[in-house]
Design a protein around this ligand. Structure first.
Ligand SMILES: NC(=O)c1ccc[n+]([C@@H]2O[C@H](COP(=O)([O-])OP(=O)(O)OC[C@H]3O[C@@H](n4cnc5c(N)ncnc54)[C@H](OP(=O)(O)O)[C@@H]3O)[C@@H](O)[C@H]2O)c1
Length: 274
């Protein structure tokens, strides 16, 4: 299949002020896509916009809290006003949360779903009628490699990311006949503000602390793989094929997964006793 020419095709991205969203915005702009940058911290968005404008790209910054549907509606509206249409939307904003489920409050559980799952839905849904009307488009959802398994201490986070995957799978079938592609993105541990935010929200960051540094990827690597999926639409973006197949095996044989994840389970129990 020939590559899709992305030049002049607008994309709206949430969480575009840092990490994976920022890196994706930059590679998309370099590929000629006008980019609408969404996120809560305006200074971060303006910084990305300046960087894009310095190399001749086009970008707008739209202060957006993804937990607000009116904000997300405005992000899509502003994209169309500024660039004439919307070709792609990327529900990327999200945060990590590291705590055993029995220590997680109802408010914490609902809050992470509000951002990671409903925030993603709030972002992509207003773009859909326009894409369907145009008969073309691409929806991207930033899930995680652990959207495919239940990692101890990450139950609520995995649940939000797994929910995204299931909706993406259903949407892919619903939208394909209408000309709209759907892709879920599954990063492994990536060097962004993610770990710092998880530390701030839950006071813990063991996954990042314990991970050998050589396994931590850059946001640019995820961004390049995502850009390739925009050019040659695919169902899922993975930047670690070892993780992809290992987690597929875990799903096929949950007992093997339990044995492998034992180490995390023990540390969870230790936390509980502290
Ligand atoms: N880093 C990893 O190891 C990793 C691995 C797998 C998946 N992921 C996923 O990758 C995505 C991007 O994360 P990242 O790693 O790039 O971390 P990051 O640097 O912390 O980026 C997260 C972005 O989301 C934005 N955000 C958070 N809450 C928001 C809200 N309510 N409204 C609007 N924007 C909001 C933040 O911007 P503001 O604070 O300015 O709003 C920030 O720019 C997330 O969905 C995350 O779950 C990350």
């Amino acid at each position: 299949m020939p590559a899709i020419d992305l030049s002049g095709k607008p994309i709206a991205i949430t969480g575009a002020g840092s990490g994976i969203g920022r890196a994706t915005a930059i590679v998309c702009a370099r590929a000629g896509m006008p980019v609408a940058l969404g996120g809560r911290r305006e200074d971060k968005l303006l910084d990305v916009r300046s960087q894009i404008e310095r190399f001749g790209g086009r970008a707008i910054a739209v202060t957006t809290d993804v937990t607000s549907q009116p904000d997300c509606d405005a992000l899509i509206e502003r994209t169309c006003e500024a660039f004439g249409s919307i070709y792609a939307v990327y529900g990327n904003a999200g945060y990590g949360f590291e705590k055993p489920i029995h220590q997680t409050s109802d408010a914490e559980l609902r809050a992470i779903f509000e951002t990671n799952f409903f925030g993603c839905m709030n972002t992509i849904r207003p773009a859909l009628p326009r894409m369907i009307h145009a008969g073309l488009g691409h929806v991207l959802l930033c899930s995680s490699c652990i959207g495919k398994i239940g990692l101890p201490l990450y139950g609520p986070y995995c649940a939000t990311k797994g929910a995204q995957v299931l909706v993406a799978r259903a949407m892919r079938h619903e939208l394909k006949p209408l000309g709209v592609h759907v892709t879920s993105v599954h990063p492994v541990l990536t060097s962004t503000e993610f770990a710092e935010v998880a530390q701030r929200v839950t006071g813990a960051n063991r996954m990042a602390d314990d991970m050998p540094r050589f396994l931590v990827q850059t946001p640019e690597r995820v961004a390049r793989a995502t850009l390739a999926a925009l050019r040659w639409p695919r169902t899922e973006v993975w930047t670690s094929h070892t993780t992809r197949w290992l987690f597929a095996l875990f799903n096929a044989t949950p007992r093997l997964a339990d044995l492998a994840l034992n180490r995390f389970t023990h540390s969870s129990a230790a936390t509980d006793r502290e």
